[in-house]
Design a protein around this ligand. Structure first.
Ligand code: CDP
Length: 230
């Protein structure tokens, strides 16, 4: 069934690995909206840092990164095979590489750098100019689109999130342990919630969705009902 709505912006924020992008993609498909995974943009900048030795042991070389910011081109291009937009970094399709655990383990300090956030938030706001967009991340309802018509704050129990991410990565053949994933999601949440620049927090007008015990279909229907209400 396809839905007709007024042109709106849907902002989905929340904790690491709780399935924001999965449901955001499904909603965008139903509404024929654009879907933007803002986390992919922070991950692509992190990949640039890893490739160029701008991060060492979780410490970002901020002056060097700032000097190179103009050289970092992050954009989405439609992939006709998957029928989704893939993320590109300076001419490379990095859609798969950005999901590696090595990137997850370094992304939070990169995303805490004010200059990086300004660059990416500008791009995100540009993408939302004509509305009809579903964007997920950490600061979409608070900073990127504070006037979004629908704001959802997603969460789930840490063990449920770790299990889902473990299944996702091992299904792709990555050699990871459940424990290191659990450690990474807890550490990332802590880092994202306590940083000075745009910390992860629920917008006052966001509605909470805890999907610990929900199926994909149930959470999709839950959000579609909220869309119908507005
Ligand atoms: O999918 P997952 O929950 O693993 O994370 P993600 O959405 O890909 O985001 C990766 C990281 O990027 C987060 O842990 C944040 O540090 C950062 N991020 C952010 O700071 N602001 C956003 N709008 C999106 C992501």
């Amino acid at each position: 069934m396809s839905y007709k709505t007024n042109k709106i912006i849907i902002a989905i924020d929340g904790h690491s690995s709780c399935g924001k992008s999965t449901v955001a993609k499904e909603i965008a498909q139903k509404l024929n909206y654009i879907f933007i995974d803002s986390g992919a943009m922070y991950r692509a900048v992190t990949l640039y840092c890893l490739r160029n030795n701008l991060i060492d042991n979780g410490i970002v070389d901020i002056p060097n990164l700032m000097d190179n910011l103009g050289k970092i081109k992050v954009y989405f291009l439609y992939n006709p095979e998957t029928r989704h937009n893939d993320i590109w970094l300076n001419g490379d399709n990095v859609e798969n590489e950005i999901r590696l655990l090595a990137v997850s383990q370094n992304v939070s300090p990169v995303a805490a750098v004010a200059g990086v956030r300004h660059l990416l938030v500008d791009l995100q706001q540009e993408m939302g100019k004509s509305k009809e967009i579903v964007m997920d991340g950490r600061d979409i309802g608070t900073v990127v689109f504070p006037d979004a018509e629908l704001k959802i704050f997603m969460t789930a129990k840490p063990d449920v999130r770790a299990k889902r991410r473990y299944d996702e990565l091992t299904a792709k053949g990555e050699k990871v342990s459940y424990d290191e994933i659990m450690e990474n999601i807890i550490e990332r949440d802590r880092y994202d919630e306590t940083r000075t620049e745009s910390p992860l927090r629920k917008a006052d007008d966001a509605i909470i969705l805890d999907n610990s015990y929900m199926t994909r279909e149930e959470q999709l229907q839950w959000i579609l009902s909220r869309i119908e209400e507005i």
